[in-house]
Write a protein that binds this ligand. Sequence first.
Ligand code: HEC
Ligand code: HEC
Ligand code: HEC
Ligand code: HEC
Ligand code: HEC
Ligand code: HEC
Ligand code: HEC
Ligand code: HEC
Ligand code: HEC
Ligand code: HEC
Ligand code: HEC
Ligand code: HEC
Length: 296
Amino acid sequence: MGVLKRKKGVMLSNLTAARSMCVVVCIFGMVALICAFGCEKKVGVRPSAGGPGTAVAAESGQPETLVLTNAQCVLCHPQQPETIATKGGLHKTEVGCLDCHVEHPPEGAGAIPDCSMCHSGEPHYELKNCGSCHSDTHAPLELKLQGEISEPCLTCHQQQGDEVKKYKSAHTDVACNECHTVHRQIPDCMECHEKHTPDMEFEACISCHPVHMPTQVAYAQDVSSGYCGGCHEQAYHELEKNTTKHHDLACAYCHRDKHKVVPPCYACHGSPHPKAILDKYPNCGQCHGIAHDLKG
Ligand code: HEC
Ligand code: HEC
Ligand code: HEC
Ligand code: HEC
Ligand code: HEC
Ligand code: HEC
Ligand code: HEC
Ligand code: HEC
Ligand code: HEC
Ligand code: HEC
Ligand code: HEC
Ligand code: HEC
């Protein structure tokens, strides 16, 4: 993260139990006062790094001010401390209430901090509307991913963004969070697609389709020939019936690495016959037929 400006709050541990009680009474007294007299006597609460919670006798003409500590917020705001305690993450361990809430109404108007106060200097922190995803600052990793979201993801996942843009496919038009509905969650292809053959599972799909550029079909040589057979029935059946040594070879052994690659016979066999014969019959198929239905 970028430059972090922070103030140290005052820890409750400084207070003795007796003084804490005192503070409770004091604060409830003030709230009662505010309620009862409708702020007729102006009373403010001011968060401060100063001493523990005490009502400060203000200078003449100034309203009385309560100096607040992190530990006292809970007396009037039970919900936020509860949220932070259970889901606060680094906002629980690295900062306190007063680091963010440097002012308090009615005295201070700047009670709600800007994220940029502490987070700056990286592309992610230039995004607009942080709260649209980080819906509760007190639970900063409780993310809401609503609407179609793609560009903001690329502030951290450049590579996937490059892949979908460079290799245009139907997935280029599918928003990142249409597949990743929850951050870090991987979808199953079958939520949206049929299998080519019944025995295929997710692992098979991604062994041929790099999901962020799914038309760039590529595969390892041990991919099951049955998978190819789902779309190439004729080739599959011819090879299955064939009795030559080609019968034992996998589709992907000959059609290597990338889909639609067709190897020439000499790639594997070099020049198997005397030059005179091959000059006269340049097409191997004239005597051997096709590779799937090879005549030995
Ligand atoms: C004595 C009771 C009391 C204590 C203690 C107290 N607050 Fe408040 N706080 C209030 C009241 C009442 C409001 C509503 C004021 C208003 O809307 O004008 C409020 C409002 C707020 C707001 C909302 C401001 C806004 O603009 O919406 C924040 C943030 C806040 N308090 C933070 C804190 C923090 C942090 C602490 C501890 C350091 C704290 N409060 C301690 C009574 C208290
Ligand atoms: C990392 C900064 C940060 C910390 C730490 C933090 N808050 Fe907040 N707080 C915010 C922001 C930002 C808002 C405005 C609403 C939002 O974005 O969630 C807010 C809103 C509030 C509000 C107004 C009501 C509401 O939820 O909108 C209160 C009250 C409040 N905080 C109290 C506290 C208390 C008490 C603590 C400590 C236990 C605390 N906050 C810790 C940033 C923080
Ligand atoms: C007073 C300083 C401060 C403010 C204001 C603040 N943060 Fe943070 N935040 C931190 C610190 C410190 C960390 C921990 C170090 C880090 O992640 O860089 C942190 C961490 C986070 C994390 C990671 C939490 C985790 O547990 O991994 C998120 C998400 C986050 N902040 C979002 C926000 C958003 C959104 C806002 C504005 C609504 C905001 N912060 C305002 C100080 C702040
Ligand atoms: C489109 C959604 C979205 C928006 C908008 C957004 N964030 Fe995030 N933010 C995320 C996601 C997703 C993560 C990763 C959470 C994780 O690692 O589990 C994250 C992580 C973070 C983190 C902690 C990890 C880190 O690498 O920094 C901070 C801090 C943070 N965001 C701050 C902000 C701030 C500040 C803004 C506004 C300027 C903002 N975010 C806007 C989605 C968003
Ligand atoms: C602030 C940075 C940040 C933002 C923004 C962000 N992520 Fe992440 N994302 C992370 C981090 C950090 C991880 C964990 C990486 C790891 O474990 O290697 C992660 C992990 C993931 C994973 C799981 C990777 C795995 O190996 O299982 C997916 C999927 C993912 N993010 C998708 C998204 C999507 C979609 C978005 C936009 C909605 C997004 N992320 C926005 C930081 C971010
Ligand atoms: C069509 C659904 C789909 C879309 C759209 C999609 N993803 Fe993924 N994503 C997946 C699947 C499935 C995986 C797991 C791939 C694997 O394990 O090989 C994945 C993996 C990831 C990972 C983990 C690392 C990796 O590359 O394997 C990240 C990060 C990620 N996606 C981010 C994004 C981002 C950012 C976008 C938007 C640009 C996006 N995804 C769009 C389905 C999708
Ligand atoms: C959230 C839904 C979703 C998920 C999950 C998903 N896809 Fe798609 N995919 C689509 C849509 C929508 C299209 C375009 C319409 C169609 O062909 O059905 C598409 C198209 C494709 C295409 C054709 C691309 C083109 O440009 O012609 C391939 C290949 C593909 N998906 C493979 C996969 C694989 C493999 C997975 C899992 C790793 C996967 N998809 C997961 C939604 C999804
Ligand atoms: C052996 C490799 C391989 C495997 C395994 C594989 N695919 Fe394909 N897939 C292809 C090829 C090749 C195409 C056709 C590409 C073309 O038309 O050029 C294709 C096309 C598609 C298409 C586009 C529409 C269509 O049917 O032509 C979708 C969607 C798709 N695959 C999804 C999946 C899913 C989901 C899985 C896992 C169940 C999967 N694929 C497994 C190779 C494979
Ligand atoms: C989802 C269906 C599908 C799957 C699975 C599939 N293919 Fe294809 N394949 C096609 C389509 C469609 C074409 C283009 C046909 C055309 O151009 O006439 C094609 C073309 C080919 C071609 C080129 C044909 C030519 O005339 O140049 C070869 C070679 C090929 N596939 C081999 C394979 C192999 C090997 C596998 C398994 C690893 C496989 N295919 C899996 C659909 C598929
Ligand atoms: C990717 C490599 C590859 C390609 C391309 C290929 N073959 Fe073969 N072929 C083999 C292998 C491996 C064998 C088995 C050799 C062995 O076991 O001695 C073989 C065996 C043969 C045999 C002997 C069959 C038997 O049962 O004794 C003939 C004839 C043959 N290939 C002809 C061809 C022709 C004609 C083509 C082109 C249409 C071709 N091959 C393309 C790899 C290939
Ligand atoms: C021994 C190597 C070899 C094996 C094994 C092999 N092929 Fe071929 N394939 C070829 C060659 C060479 C051609 C070009 C036509 C010819 O000369 O035989 C070809 C042509 C093709 C074509 C395009 C022409 C056509 O027949 O439609 C497709 C599609 C194809 N193969 C798919 C497959 C599939 C699917 C498998 C597995 C069931 C497979 N091949 C196994 C070597 C092989
Ligand atoms: C004029 C017919 C003819 C042509 C053209 C021809 N072959 Fe043959 N080939 C044969 C005959 C007959 C045999 C079996 C007798 C033998 O082993 O010499 C054979 C055997 C083979 C063998 C098996 C050798 C072994 O040791 O088991 C391979 C491999 C082969 N041919 C590959 C090819 C390739 C590749 C081409 C094209 C460059 C080709 N042939 C062209 C007739 C031909």
